[in-house]
Design a protein around this ligand. Structure first.
Ligand code: CP
Ligand code: NVA
Length: 310
């Protein structure tokens, strides 16, 4: 059987994600009750980080440990990856020693290339193109608070970058309406928008995107690797920050999400991100449960597996 990778949300069916999300809920309940099923005992996850991370590293590393396995952090700074060893050679070697590999890369093509030479599942843990693991968590957190996201209206306000693309993919897979507002010059690629069909529409103001929304989402204006553009971006994104005046356009029970880290006073005000509609802490916690279910799905070929001990 071909190795299953998770490079984009478009890689699996809604049915697969339903099973992963159901299992994530079960794992969350277990975790809360102090039950730690050792479904990944003696399994090893390699974790390659070309960029910084708090949530992604912690949730994968803690998740593997909680399921009885181990995770190994591989930084290009102190492995041969940073000294020019070809990706295909690295992939062949690393994938002979671990059960799955998680990669946070500057360039999406690096993850694709690694996956092409890997014997074991490769997980995209953020590239310039998308951040599918974050979307599993966002869908989980939305449904934890409001039930199915199908048919709901989601407002993406901010940069048409990696998180925005994953929302576009998610609209397609989970069948919700997505309204995207970006400043001129920061819109997502029209081909990706077109692929999602009429579920995705682009508007030109934050207020128009938020109108009638069930969920309002944003992300930083200068992503990792764009630090040099920060001053220009702060000017270009003026008017696209989420404040109470934007949130009031959404439904009264709308939720607010942000993948974090956040910059209060830039893309979102403190009153919104720390306010009653914000579910950012549940969203962050959901990374742990959803990725544990994803790891089982990819490594065991199914969710749940056979618990060796509880
Ligand atoms: N949201 C997210 O991926 O956070 P980290 O960059 O801290 O991993
Ligand atoms: N767009 C952000 C997401 C961080 C989780 C970045 O790429 O830095």
């Amino acid at each position: 059987m071909a190795v299953r990778h998770f490079l984009s949300l478009l890689d699996y069916s809604l049915e697969d994600y339903r099973r992963i999300l159901d299992r994530a809920r079960e794992l969350q309940a277990n975790y809360t009750a102090g039950i730690r099923p050792a479904t990944l005992q003696q399994r090893v996850l390699g974790m390659i980080f070309e960029k910084a991370s708090t949530r992604t590293r912690l949730s994968f590393e803690a998740g593997m440990a909680q399921l009885g396995g181990t995770a190994i952090f591989l930084s290009p700074r102190d492995t041969q990856l940073g000294r020019g060893e070809p990706i295909e050679d690295s992939a062949r070697v690393i994938s002979r020693m671990v059960d799955a590999v998680m990669i946070r890369a500057k360039d999406h093509a690096m993850v694709e290339q690694f996956a092409a030479y890997s014997r074991v599942p490769v997980i995209n843990a953020l590239t310039d193109l998308n951040h599918p693991c974050q979307l599993l968590a966002d869908i989980f957190a939305y449904e934890q608070h409001r039930g199915s996201i199908q048919g709901k209206r989601v407002a993406w306000i901010g940069d048409g970058f990696n998180m925005c693309y994953s929302y576009i993919n998610a609209a397609q897979v989970f069948d919700f309406e997505l309204v995207v507002a970006t400043p001129p010059g920061y819109a997502p690629d029209p081909a990706a928008v077109a692929e999602a069909g009429d579920r995705v529409q682009l508007v030109s103001t934050a207020e128009a995107a938020a109108e009638g929304a069930d969920l309002v989402v944003t992300d930083v204006w200068a992503s990792m690797g764009q630090e040099d553009e920060r001053e220009r971006r702060l000017r270009d994104f003026a008017g696209f920050g989420i404040d109470d005046a934007v949130m009031v356009r959404a439904k009264s029970d709308a939720l607010f999400m942000h993948c974090l880290p956040a910059h209060r006073g830039e893309e979102v005000t403190a009153s919104v991100i720390d306010g009653p509609q914000s579910v950012i802490w549940d969203e962050a916690e959901a990374r742990l449960h959803t990725q544990k279910a994803l790891l089982e799905f990819l490594i065991l070929g199914d969710v749940g597996g056979t618990p060796l001990s509880v």
